[in-house]
Design a protein around this ligand. Sequence first.
Ligand SMILES: NC(=O)c1ccc[n+]([C@@H]2O[C@H](COP(=O)([O-])OP(=O)(O)OC[C@H]3O[C@@H](n4cnc5c(N)ncnc54)[C@H](OP(=O)(O)O)[C@@H]3O)[C@@H](O)[C@H]2O)c1
Length: 494
Amino acid sequence: MAMEVGSILEFMENKSILITGAAGFLAKIFIEKILRVQPDVKKLYLLLRAPDTKSAMLRFNNEIISKDLFKVLKEKHGEKLNSLISQKIRVVAGDITCDNLGVRDSLLLEEMFKEVDIVVNLAANTDFDERYDILLGINTLGAKHVLNFSKKCDKLKVLLHVSTAYVCGEKEGLILETPYKMGETLNGTIGLDIDAEKKLIDETLKSLKAENYSDDFIQSKMKELGIQRARKFGWPNTYVFTKAMGEMMLGHLNKDIPLVIIRPTIVTSTYKQPFPGWAEGVRTIDSLAVGYGKGRITCFLGDPNTIIDAIPADMVVNAMIVAMVAHANEANETIYHVGSSVSNPLKIAPLQDYGQRYFMKHPWINKEGRPVVVGNVKVLSSMESFHTYLSIHYLLPLKGLEMLNRACCQYFQGIYLDMCRKIKFVMRLVDLFGPYLFFKGCFDDMNTEKLRRAAATDKSVVETDTFYFDPKIINWEDYFMSIHIPGVVKYVFK
Ligand SMILES: NC(=O)c1ccc[n+]([C@@H]2O[C@H](COP(=O)([O-])OP(=O)(O)OC[C@H]3O[C@@H](n4cnc5c(N)ncnc54)[C@H](OP(=O)(O)O)[C@@H]3O)[C@@H](O)[C@H]2O)c1
């Protein structure tokens, strides 16, 4: 069926949008974009975790509007920005792990149920190995609370939920934009039941607390439980497992709400708008760049032929906006992979080369004001070669140092602990990102391609230029060398 998009700017005029997780990386880019391109939006309700409106407002001022990301908007509106914000922004203290998203102000709640046209769920916990109870609460049950909230919005046109392409686990080949069925698992193991998972969590926590274990111990046990449950059903980590269950929850409980699930791949800094290279936080592939640029990594790991599916954040946000317009008032569920592995694949080998060349040419200046000179790195193209390298270069010398330290009454304790810390850091990176460095899948983006075509034919060239999300336009070398890595150095290196 031909998809119709119509004018995005006209659609957004006079609409009210609820955005959860408003202080997050993608949410900020989404908020900035709407305010910049369609200031005639009616209202943006920004849900932030905070005990009350005053603290939420403080978070809005400190963590959102004061960011560099908003400088173009500030230039555009000058003095008038404050009045735009006070007219269009309504900061809401809440928490998606609670009923009614934790909004306690009943008048505000009533107003939102009456006014909200679109719900955009960007709240999530993206830590790969956070505690199971926390990740299930936010990524799975939180999605359910957002759906229940959306059902109560009288004028709701669409619920847009942001998931991740890696809910597919470590699948190989072409991964389709298909929904999850409730209880579906990646390895065919039967018995995945979200209520039972919640019960397991509650019982485990109860018994750990009854035994009076320390908070640290409980924390590590809850992390272990998550990994164990994820791996039992075929997912590599608790984050993607709970995100997959979030999708199941939405698909299962939704009967008649227009639902769009966006699955971005690895989100990188902005490509073009509001300006190139805005980044925040150390994310997935950037950990390697940060580690290398800071002189902490002397080898790269990954199959040189693996496709690293990167997609700039502004393209993800543009795809979200176009999809929410395209599916408004359509009572069905549509999944979009927003990535580049099919349209403009980028292999690990050139990516490693870009990182190495960049930091050799532009060494990072450390806190002492000294350039960190980086050298050639050894490329380890399999896990076996990684383990051999680690043993020869680190674990054996560490063993020697440990013995020497013991013989010398802890004289080398400082060096020994430093070496342990470095090895732990590398092992953690490898454990977390290993599956992505040897990933054999590609994310089919047929739906996203159809959306692109519909957006391109239906509207003026101006709108297509505003809501660009075609990764084919990216020259990866130019993007990484001139936009992404400099952006990460500017905004992320500390
Ligand atoms: N960035 C990526 O590379 C990437 C890739 C694929 C998919 N995604 C998906 O894209 C979405 C947004 O990601 P992001 O990178 O923008 O994440 P992010 O920067 O970590 O932002 C997530 C936001 O959610 C908020 N949040 C967490 N728990 C909440 C709760 N219980 N109630 C209300 N808000 C809560 C956090 O609030 P606090 O500030 O209070 O902690 C945070 O501001 C997520 O669904 C993620 O899975 C991201």
